[in-house]
Design a protein around this ligand. Structure first.
Ligand SMILES: *Cc1c(COP(=O)(O)O)cnc(C)c1O
Length: 488
């Protein structure tokens, strides 16, 4: 432990403080009003610091992180788009932030109306009958949707249907959610362009199949052109189609999963509808279903009666509850604000802009980076590392070098279909100037890889911390500076 490290970490000085507690309004000695068994035996180990030190500490920390508000963040599949600040303002309005989930419906009609309207908006965007907003994340939505699938088959006495087909290119949460839902995963192969191999699918379809999980455009950003045939095959076999709509950007306002034959889907509000994410949330993964599945959706739901009053409903055939109360309301408010800001007219531009931006980068860089699947992509695409493999420069090296130039890395080593995957998603909210800067830097890095490969291999050179030992960080995390001092 160097003196310098101590200097920045240890700010506490005995007796220093930055607060003043209000006088006890209950009367008497406040300590005496707390039962003995509930009192601390030892003082809490809290830092003793002044307000200015707290402000500097957190302000400094905030500048040491990379965020979508500080730079371009082309993290494929994560959809790191701009989070408009008006969304935050809406979510912070005391009329929303100050209410309690146990308040009677009469006193929160406005909040329930927003909730209801968002359910309706998502249903019309998706082409499905009804949405639950209860799930907290995309993976939680997958689990909920698969539970709907199971409950549906069980309600028909089809207890044998316990297998779910998942393509080998799927997002890792798909097979994981299927396992958690008590379903068995059956893998279907992808063709070289990442789309489902229909010939490989056919023999898998039988009376044990509960359904299939897909995303379209698929993980490689390619549209599954055979989707109507796939839907017919799966439905004819008695199965249901689940759509992973975490990233619905490419389709927004253009194509609806319900029209493609999907029965169940989730949408990540914290990707598609611009609510902030990363670092563990909070997120929201609403699940939509077709009209035959509505009764199985989780409780509680928000409904509107004939007089236009909103109420919280508990369906008797529901699969049960999957969250506390009605889910992450703050996230819903931000997503709803985003949808209203765009409106019906502009939401149609999201998909085309996201698609144009992705293709612009792809075409501009394919002379330096290996493009395994040529053709028009949707909102994202995958390079298989740098084209000139003789440089010995890996995708990891390039990802780290980008940090030196002020760009976040793309998603790397996913999907698993290629050795050096680099998944790029610019989103619709970036300007042409930003895209051009990124393209220029990517060309520059490729040139460095050819001319001075060691520079790229040793990157990052300018960040606060250099390349981390990610395995040790994951296996032996040091989460407080005190733990670090004690290790020393
Ligand atoms: C992000 C993502 C998920 C999982 O969403 P979480 O909110 O992180 O649980 C699922 N599928 C796809 C395609 C995704 O991009």
């Amino acid at each position: 432990m160097k003196y310098y490290d101590k200097l920045i970490f240890e700010l506490s000085r005995e007796g220093r403080k930055g607060y003043e507690l209000p006088a006890n309004k209950i009367g008497g000695n406040s300590l005496n009003s707390i039962p003995t068994e509930l009192r601390r035996c030892k003082a809490a180990e809290l830092p003793e610091v002044s307000e200015l030190e707290v402000v500097r500490h957190y302000t400094n920390l905030s500048t040491k992180n990379f965020g979508v508000d500080t730079g371009f963040y082309p993290l494929g599949s994560c959809t790191m788009k701009y989070n408009p600040k008006i969304n935050e303002e809406v979510a912070l309005m005391p009329q929303f932030a100050g209410i309690h989930p146990l308040q009677s419906a009469d006193t929160v009609q406005g909040a329930l109306e927003v909730y209801y309207n968002l359910q309706q908006a998502l249903a019309s965007i998706a082409g499905l009958e009804e949405f639950t907003l209860n799930p907290y994340a995309g993976a939680h939505g997958e689990l909920t949707g698969l539970m709907v699938m199971r409950t549906y088959h069980e309600s028909r006495g089809e207890h044998k249907r316990t297998k779910v087909i998942v393509p080998n290119s799927a997002h890792g949460t798909n097979p994981a959610s299927a396992m958690v839902a008590g379903l068995e995963v059956v893998e279907v192969k992808s063709k070289p362009n990442g789309s489902i191999d229909v010939e490989d699918l056919k023999p898998l379809l039988n009376d044990e199949i509960a359904g299939i999980m897909m995303t379209n455009p698929n993980t490689l950003g390619m549209f599954e052109t055979e989707i109507m045939e796939i839907a017919k095959l799966v439905h004819d076999a008695g199965g249901l189609l689940y759509y992973d709509g975490a990233n619905l950007n490419p389709l927004l306002g253009k194509v609806r999963p319900g029209d493609m034959g999907f029965d169940i889907m989730h949408i990540n509000l914290h990707k598609t509808f611009s609510t902030p994410h990363g670092g563990g949330g909070p997120g929201s993964g609403p699940v939509g279903v077709n009209k035959d599945l509505v009764e199985f959706l989780p409780n509680p739901r928000v409904r509107k009666d004939a007089d236009g009053k909103f109420y919280v409903d508990f369906g008797k055939d529901s699969l049960g509850s999957i969250s506390t109360f009605l889910g992450n309301f703050g996230v819903m408010l931000k997503a709803y604000a985003y949808i209203l800001t765009l409106g019906k007219e502009n939401i149609k531009n999201v998909g085309p802009m996201a698609t144009l931006n992705a293709n612009y980068i792809k075409e501009s860089l394919k002379d330096d980076y290996l493009l395994p699947i040529d053709g028009v992509c949707k909102h994202e695409f995958v390079f298989d590392g740098i084209k000139d493999k003789s440089t010995g420069v890996t995708t990891l090296n390039i990802a780290k070098r980008l940090l030196d130039y002020g760009f976040h890395a793309p998603t790397i080593y996913f999907p698993l279909l290629f050795h050096e995957s680099m998944m790029i998603e610019p989103t619709e909210t970036e300007s042409i100037e930003t895209l051009d800067e990124f393209i220029e830097v990517m060309h520059k890095v490729a040139k460095e890889a050819r001319e001075t490969p060691d520079v790229v291999k040793n990157a990052p050179l300018t960040t606060l911390v250099r390349k981390l030992d990610e395995t040790t960080a994951a296996k032996h995390p040091v989460l407080t500076y005190k733990a670090m001092l004690n290790n020393d």
